[in-house]
Design a protein around this ligand. Structure first.
Ligand code: PMP
Length: 483
């Protein structure tokens, strides 16, 4: 251990005042863990970050987060950044929310984890009731897992087994949208194929029937929104009814295909797809991992369209962005197909060690309470309108902003080299990446998807914070694309 670590006095560390002096057994570690250079060395020596070109990462100064405060993240040097993408789209009420912290502490005082296989626990039971209370009508069973991809895997396996149990054994295939993203496990990658992310694993994936979404910026160019919608619905009608006897389910992200680059859909699309599926007896699965828990301005995106799915996948915001927990909700019709004598082997043989973790469930319950008590959804509406106004008035006039897409607090700002010809920047120019580094210099943390700049603030963001998120994003785009 270098001498430096021995000589620093713990009392002077940035995050531990005298009152919060850590136990002596931890001091050495904490001293070491506040030294940026040492942490950088350790990160670059031992870590492999997700969705990250590590060669590039190891050539850059890492931003190492030490703590969160409300809508801000604070790095190890004490610098504060506005969390403009809700820590990968999951944070709901900011960091260190007192009620969530307390719920977590209280649950730790009872039990941190106990299995859900063959046992139950209090917060898991209570949360299931609350989820069913707020879920779209018809959904009345909750199956827990740990993250968005597993919520989707569960949905796919559930739908597949449902038809096997019903004796319609030829219904073995799935349909989904082009450039959908449903997570990174094999089933989720199969239904959510993205060329950029998944091409190396293509031979591992099962074939899926793809529908073109009504995305006018890339697919139905030169069409207005209404014509694009009609074309996409017609295509869905033809393909799904032609393949109806072989399809177990159709899965989609309602209103906004997030990871594709915030591809928004007109309202009528979700409704039309749900009707086509119902008519053809194809199970309708909605992946609301990203859109759920208020992101689009309602608790669930499907409420805008007045639609209830057969299966609903939830994760991310379920715990207010605190802990990995997911839920797959199903109808009684699906659930009851799995009932039978033990020897019939109809059970749903799926589960994970941390399925329905009690800490996650306790925090999720506290989070739902905040939604209700503070009328979070109502209080977002003015800010959603403000966001819309600013995007249309200020951003669209920038010379390299070709499109802005928004549903509630989900925003994509698409940057191109040539606006009139819709010519993309060459990927190696790393324009989106440069914009977010520029924003970081201005104390705002955002993250792009290629050259689409994503804004996804916590639902409780204050008006002045939202204004600075927009101002900084605007300045950063201008600096990189016109500077
Ligand atoms: N579905 C959707 C719509 C998502 O946006 C994501 C993640 N961004 C996932 C599934 C996967 O969730 P997770 O990262 O928790 O596995």
């Amino acid at each position: 251990m270098p001498l430096f670590f021995e000589s620093v006095r713990v009392g002077r560390l940035p995050f531990f005042g005298a009152a919060a002096r850590p136990p002596s057994s931890h001091r050495r570690l904490l001293v070491r863990m506040t030294d940026n250079n040492e942490l950088k060395r350790l990160d670059h020596t031992y870590l492999w970050h997700p969705f990250t070109q590590m060669q590039e990462w190891m050539g850059e100064e890492p931003c190492i987060i030490a703590k969160g405060e409300g809508h801000y993240l604070v790095d190890i040097k004490g610098r504060k950044y506005l969390d403009g993408v809700s820590s990968l789209w999951c944070n709901v009420f900011g960091h260190r929310r007192q009620e969530l912290d307390e719920a977590l502490r209280e649950q730790i005082g009872r039990v941190a984890h106990s299995t859900f296989l063959g046992l139950s626990h209090v917060p898991g039971i209570e949360l299931a009731e609350k989820l069913i209370e707020i879920a779209p009508s018809g959904l009345n069973r909750v199956f827990y897992s740990d993250n968005g991809a597993t919520a989707v895997e569960v949905a796919l396996k559930m739908a597949f087994q449902y038809w096997q149990l019903k004796g319609e054994k030829e219904r073995t295939r799935f349909a989904s949208l082009v450039e959908a993203y449903h997570g990174d496990t094999i089933g989720a990658m199969s239904v959510g194929y993205s060329e950029t992310f998944h091409r190396f694993h293509r031979p591992l994936l099962f074939p899926v029937l793809r529908l073109n979404p009504p995305h006018i910026f890339r697919y139905f160019q030169n069409m207005n929104e209404q014509d694009a919608l009609q074309s996409a619905i017609q295509e869905a009608e033809e393909k799904l009814s032609r393949e109806r006897d072989s399809l177990a389910a159709f899965i989609m992200e309602p209103l906004m295909q997030g990871a594709a680059g915030m591809w928004s859909q007109p309202l009528g699309y979700v409704k039309a797809l749900s009707e086509i599926c119902r008519k053809n007896r194809i199970l309708f699965i909605l992946d609301e991992v990203a859109t759920g828990f208020g992101r689009t301005g309602k608790m669930f995106a499907c409420e805008h369209a007045g639609v209830s799915p057969d299966i609903l996948c939830l994760a991310k915001g379920i715990t207010g962005g605190y802990l990995p927990l997911a839920a797959t909700l199903a109808t009684e019709e699906i659930f009851s197909a799995f009932l039978g004598e033990y020897g019939e082997c109809k059970s749903f043989f799926h589960g994970h060690t941390y399925t329905g973790n009690p800490l996650g469930c306790a925090v999720a319950l506290a989070s739902l309470e905040i939604f209700k008590k503070e009328k979070i959804l109502e209080r977002m509406q003015d800010k959603i309108a403000h966001l819309k106004r600013r995007l249309e008035e200020d951003f669209l006039s920038l010379s390299h902003v070709a499109d802005v897409r928004q549903w509630g607090f989900m925003v994509g700002i698409e940057l191109v080299e040539d606006k009139s010809g819709r010519k993309n920047y060459a990927p190696e120019k790393r324009i989106g990446h440069k914009v977010i580094l520029e924003a970081r210099r201005r104390d705002v943390m955002i993250r792009p998807l290629g050259d689409v700049i994503i804004l996804m603030p916590p639902l409780t963001i204050a008006e002045d914070e939202l204004k600075s998120l927009l101002d900084v994003t605007w300045e950063s785009i201008k600096a990189v694309t016109e500077g």
